[in-house]
Design a protein around this ligand. Sequence first.
Ligand code: KG4
Ligand code: ZN
Length: 336
Amino acid sequence: MTAFNSPLVMAVETSCDETAVAILRGKHELLASEVASQIALHRPYGGVVPEVASRSHLTQLQPLISHALQAAGLQVEEIGAFAATTGPGLASSLMIGVSVSKGLSLSLHKPYLAVNHLEGHLLSPFFGRKAGIEPCVALVVSGGHTLLVEIAGVGEYRMLGHTKDDAAGEAFDKVGKLLQLPYPGGPEIDRLAREGDPARFDFPRSMMHTDDFNFSFSGLKTAVRYMLPKLQGEKMSDICASFQEAVVDVLVHKTIAAAKSVRTQRIAVSGGVSCNSRLREKFHAACERAGLELLVADPRLCTDNAAMIAYVAAERIALGQSSPLTTDIDPNLRLV
Ligand code: KG4
Ligand code: ZN
């Protein structure tokens, strides 16, 4: 089932709390990208509840596939290959998308591609780029991961560093919870911080000057927790701006240091936290100063989506690759 001609890929993403379907022609012509967010379902619990997530994928996925096909003006028989996120993520959520995608592949006799969610984020800044994927240092900052990776080409990745405890997005969400902001905290803190003074409080920048490329954000979260009594009466916007500044400073500093260390000309930033307006602003300024090209994904491709999964599948198809239908899900799948 590996040889095929059609450049149309349908990808399904159900690794966590977004149900998503995308249809891509070739590598860059996005015909449909549908995302059904479950944020409202999980908000009362202050975080993602795995069983609520998988039950919602089960009911959302089929209508979403129909919408995507309708938006693309296609019949399912015209799709040339089916892809799904196979990990990392919540096992019961991954299984829904993988089962549906494998079922379509099997019944329509089309190739199947198992895609790593992290590779989806990693390559998303290159989506739509004429020159395609070129060597760079890539920062992936999401709710579950904070990784610094050297990219040499598709599938050629070297891990430079990662978080030792909380991911950057997790720190945003946990601090959001401490500050009694709605879930998820990241976008709320970003919004409130726009009116705040980032220098009002001096929160710790853990591991900023260590000579490796690892991160640690749990100390920062604890620092906010211990300061809470003192923060009574302070402006929420100042607290958010100061916390956000500490996260952003470390991410930008370490990524630029990694780029200098491996002598690359280019930085790619992806994952949900790369939506953050201050992170984008400071990366733009730092890359300009350092003479580096900066690639940041379109905000719609930063948080979880299926277009990034379809893009990885398209790159793999171009290399003549596909996956056996026996490929299992892997909740702890690593990038390298
Ligand atoms: O990539 P993503 O959708 O899911 C994972 O793979 O984890 O990332 C979600 C994370 C959440 O922690 C959310 O709070 C964070 O991205 N996030 C943000 C912003 N938008 C989303 N963090 C800071 N500022 C934002 N604007
Ligand atoms: Zn993600």
